[in-house]
Design a protein around this ligand. Structure first.
Ligand code: PLP
Length: 382
């Protein structure tokens, strides 16, 4: 019997029925007051969530389109940029910067490490630098980088600071203006539990100045077009937006505010702690620096002698729970549990139960129930 699968990978995440209903409704015409209100509401909600007075532009793209827009608008070919790379998404920023002809100074880490502000400061001290590009949540390892600490060294060096918050915004604390972030890039399909296809980008006044003088080729992602269209009496997108997805995203953001920003963070912290306690109780080792900060994704080492990809495949086949495998050098060595977005305690309990049975069947000694009990103990505070 085929049961629906539950995605417990770090994006896309399950979508609440209210969001699906909202985006299944009739289209709001995109050159008129209805869409103008929708776009303004979405943009203002995101400003509030990001704690920023910067403009927030909404692009029809997956998160990577937002990342590319940051590189294209902030920098000109030949500009020196510093890119810490501690996983798959650090690698992605480095690739985009290289594609745009920038002079990329990588700060490389073993995957699973957190970016250290002193390393970024040292790279910045070597030569004048236009911008630093990094992630808050390096989804491939689960690690949360310290944006506040890195932001202060970037500010001191007078460089621009662009942060990929795609898998962290709404799951871990983020304070854009206080942390000196010039550009933050988010996506619809992670902690907000809307469907994939919308990226959003905050743009500070320093970032606008850079965009005005950048000589990089750009058209679809030219931020200035989005601002001009937004600043009309009735806000618009320059091109036809993904109207249905925007109707869904508006509903997803309404659900976020209905629950409350603090409550959303508390839920993510609690589900993360339950997951980690459960994994440890199964005798598993967590992967990555500062697991206590990793409220979006829990990365777990595959036990000795068992392939992480096999765990992921078997949990999906037998229990219809989709976990994420290790990427790049971590393939087979870890697996990842996403708990950002539309999840509750029982989803975690279900995941723990699925994992326990799977591990037992693969020959890893687990006392059945151990993970479930440990997760429940976190949830009930006992
Ligand atoms: C998911 C994700 C992205 C966006 O990837 P897309 O597939 O383009 O949506 C970017 N950065 C991070 C850290 C992510 O987790």
């Amino acid at each position: 019997m085929d049961k629906p699968e539950i995605i417990m990978a770090p994006g896309p995440t399950p979508v609440p029925p209210q969001v699906l209903l909202a985006q299944g409704g009739p289209l709001v015409y995109h050159r008129g007051p209805g869409y103008g209100r929708l776009l303004r509401e979405v943009s203002e909600s995101l400003q509030e969530i990001m704690h920023t007075r910067s403009d927030v532009l909404v692009l029809t793209a997956s998160g990577t389109g937002g990342l590319e827009s940051a590189v294209a608008n902030l920098c000109s070919p030949g500009d020196r940029v510093v890119v810490p790379v501690a996983g798959y998404f650090g690698e992605r920023f480095a690739k985009i910067a290289t594609a745009y002809g920038l002079d990329v100074r990588r700060v490389d880490y073993e995957w699973g490490r957190a970016v250290r502000p002193e390393d970024v400061a040292a790279a910045l001290a070597e030569a004048p630098t236009k911008a630093v590009f990094m992630q808050q949540s390096e989804t491939s390892t689960g690690v949360i980088h310290d944006v506040e600490a890195v932001g202060s060294v970037v500010r001191e060096a007078g460089a621009l600071f662009a942060v990929d918050v795609v898998s962290s915004l709404g799951a871990v604390p983020y304070d854009g203006d206080a942390w000196g972030v010039d550009v933050a890039i988010g996506g619809s399909q992670k902690a907000f539990s809307a469907t994939p296809g919308v990226a959003f980008v905050s743009v500070s006044s320093a970032a606008w100045e850079a965009a005005a003088s950048s000589t990089s080729p750009r058209f679809y992602f030219d931020w200035r077009l989005y601002k001009d269209a937004f600043d009309r009496k009735n806000p618009e997108n320059p091109f036809t937006p993904a109207i249905s997805l925007m109707q869904g995203l508006r509903e997803a953001l309404a659900l976020y505010f209905e629950e409350g920003a603090e409550a959303v963070l508390t839920r993510h912290r609690l589900l993360s702690e339950g997951t980690k306690a459960g994994a440890r109780a199964m005798g598993l080792e967590l992967f990555g620096e500062h697991p206590e900060r990793a409220w979006a994704v829990t990365a777990v080492r595959a036990p000795e002698g068992i392939d992480g990809d096999e765990i992921v495949a078997k949990v999906r086949r037998d229990h219809h729970v989709i976990l994420a495998p290790g990427q790049g050098p971590l393939k087979g060595k870890i697996f990842r549990i996403g708990h950002l977005g539309y999840y509750d305690r029982l989803d975690i309990v279900r995941c723990m139960a699925a994992l326990e049975s799977t591990l037992v069947e693969l020959g890893h000694p687990v006392e059945p129930g151990a993970g479930v009990v440990a997760a429940q103990a976190v949830f009930t505070g006992r």
